[in-house]
Design a protein around this ligand. Structure first.
Ligand code: GLY
Length: 386
């Protein structure tokens, strides 16, 4: 197996500073990396059935090299696992394994397993050590970094949880080889997001190198490392999202509304795809408000289309609710103050900012103009080169 030296990105949070290691073969090194930081620890691994089938034996062998023989807690795959019932199962599994507060709970999986496991680690024995081993691209560049954990409530997604920074993140880039292409692409949208927020050179690099990122190898490692550096910078300056961390929501306001409008039906739209369309819409909306050049919106749309991501509402299969209904999903999701909304908008590629006073009426007109069933498929289509 590969013995490539991983790239290390530090998340600088004082005495809670931790490393993200990125590279191939890290599952096999997990035992030595964890016992280096948490000597003598015992462990529980939380995973799901699919990830367990693909990667659990490799991880167990890797942990054994560091003298760690973990208890294993396996959950069903899917978003429904982020529930109180499954939280209770994880908590019970950790307690049944008789782990102490100084021991470690390891999440092996995508965003669902990472969020659920982190929450359990945050509350069992008033807080245990936590290690993230993300196995999807989306989890490697977003959800495993920065300490947000939690489950869903019947009243909405991610409404119950805690901030708990992990002690270590191991992003094994080799495990991404087994991801379905659609899932890899969806994670790529979150990766490209960092270029669009404040790293224009990274976005330009992705425009040139995206196919190598998809193929694997050093470009994939470098792209994930750059995304983690970008996220680590934001988290280090605003851990609890009182300001700048909201920039990470670029594309998420429109994206969440489209996910809700498609009833979270993954056959029609998965989260990263919603973010892709949302980022394209955020750029197009910024140009409509004369904040940014339409050329920048066209550039974003072209790149998303080139990598095979959906980039406009018309790319979502099936009918969408009308623009008024889409706006109501947005206003349900967000605080509305005297008819004004908070959005992440942009002055150009890599120049995103938090806009606190976006008139709901402007959003509605924009949605109508871009809605495939209301104003036809004009506008955006003609603007995209190639
Ligand atoms: N996924 C957004 C954040 O970590 O703040």
């Amino acid at each position: 197996m590969s013995e490539v030296t991983p790239v290390t990105v530090k998340v600088g949070l004082g005495d809670r500073t931790y490393d993200i290691l990125i590279g191939p073969g890290l599952l096999s090194r997990a035992g030595s990396e964890i016992s280096l930081r948490l000597p003598g620890t015992r462990a529980a691994v939380v995973t799901d059935d699919n990830v367990a089938a693909a990667h659990l034996e490799t991880l167990k062998a890797g942990l054994a090299k560091g003298g760690i023989k973990p208890a294993v807690i396996t959950m069903p795959p899917g978003e429904k696992t982020k529930s109180f019932a499954h939280l209770e199962e994880v908590v019970d599994g950790v307690l049944a394994a008789r782990l102490e507060r100084g021991d470690v709970v390891i999440a092996l999986g995508g965003g669902v397993i990472g969020d659920l496991t982190g929450f359990a680690a945050g509350i069992v024995r008033r807080g245990m050590n936590f290690v993230q081993i993300p196995t999807s691209l989306l989890a490697q560049v977003d959800s495993s970094v920065g300490g947000k954990t939690g489950i869903n409530s019947p009243r909405g997604k991610n409404l119950v949880g805690v901030f708990l920074q992990p002690k270590l993140v191991l992003a094994d880039t080799e495990v991404l080889d087994t991801l379905p292409i659609r899932e890899f692409r969806a994670g790529y949208a979150e990766l490209a997001k960092y270029g669009l927020i404040d790293r224009p050179d990274f976005f330009a690099w992705l425009e040139q190198n995206w196919s190598k990122v998809f193929a694997g190898g050093p470009e994939r490692v470098e792209a994930i490392a750059e995304a983690c550096r970008a996220k680590a910078d934001v988290v280090a300056r605003d851990e609890f999202e009182t300001g700048d961390r909201a920039l990470l929501n670029l594309g998420h306001t429109f994206g969440h509304a489209l996910e809700a409008a498609t009833q979270y039906d993954g056959a029609r739209l998965v989260h990263g795809e919603g973010v892709a369309i949302g980022m394209a819409l955020a750029h197009r909306f910024s140009s409509r408000l004369n904040l940014a050049s339409p050329d920048d919106a066209a550039r974003v749309e072209a790149h998303l289309r080139t990598v095979g991501l959906p980039w406009r509402m018309a790319d979502i299969p099936g009918e969408l609710p009308d623009a008024e209904m889409l706006l109501s999903f947005i206003t349900q999701d967000k605080k509305v103050s005297r008819g004004a909304l908070t959005f992440i908008l942009t002055r150009g590629i890599g120049q995103s900012f938090i806009a606190k006073d976006v008139p709901a009426s402007e959003v509605l007109s924009f949605l109508k103009e871009n809605h495939p069933g209301q104003q036809g498929r004009r506008g955006q289509q003609g603007s995209c080169p190639g």
